[in-house]
Design a protein around this ligand. Sequence first.
Ligand code: MD6
Ligand code: FE
Length: 216
Amino acid sequence: MKDLFDLAGADGVDRERIAGGAVLLRGKALAGEAGILAALDRVVAQAPFRHMTTPGGYVMSIAMTSCGEAGWVTDRSGYRYDRRDPGSGQPWPPLPSAFRALAADAAREAGYPDFAPDSCLINRYLPGARLSLHQDKDERDFSQPIVSVSLGLPVVFQFGGARRSDPVRRYPLRHGDVVVWGGESRLFHHGVLTVKEGAHPVLGRQRINLTFRAAL
Ligand code: MD6
Ligand code: FE
């Protein structure tokens, strides 16, 4: 669905408004790809991916880790942001400068010049993993957007509305795509369909999603 907001920037990145306050920047992460992937390896070496348990007792199909001042965690007691990695008891690795630069640049391009993330949640999907419709509402300040970076295998992103029963639209997300999301759609329901079997030329048999948040 294209509208008047859609245009290609000087860098050739295609901008598509997918809802009020939400913009899809196709291929935005590609220019800095090598630096992002090197930083990702360093974070994961320090804070490995793990499968967390939901408050209801289900083990998530997505493996997660975080970096920044706080990381998103879930266990039997609930969802929250925690300043320490529950796996190690240590603080999370700091936000790499390459991560911070990409998040700030994408947010600015989408109309959020003051985005100051203090957390990056890193999700790893192997083929068969999915994320059911949810709202991101554990952050303190909903005036700040979320910046979401897709790497590796493609997936279909589902984007609904304020109510769970609202109609859902679907957007394919590929390696390097960035979604910036805030304003009137900040609390809209969303999720991803099951990642299909495949092998990405750079990342292999997985999809990685980075979501930057102002959590604390
Ligand atoms: C994913 N993303 O793309 C899951 N949440 O793997 C999210 O749940 C998400 O992409 C808030 C804002 C952007 C997102
Ligand atoms: Fe989310």
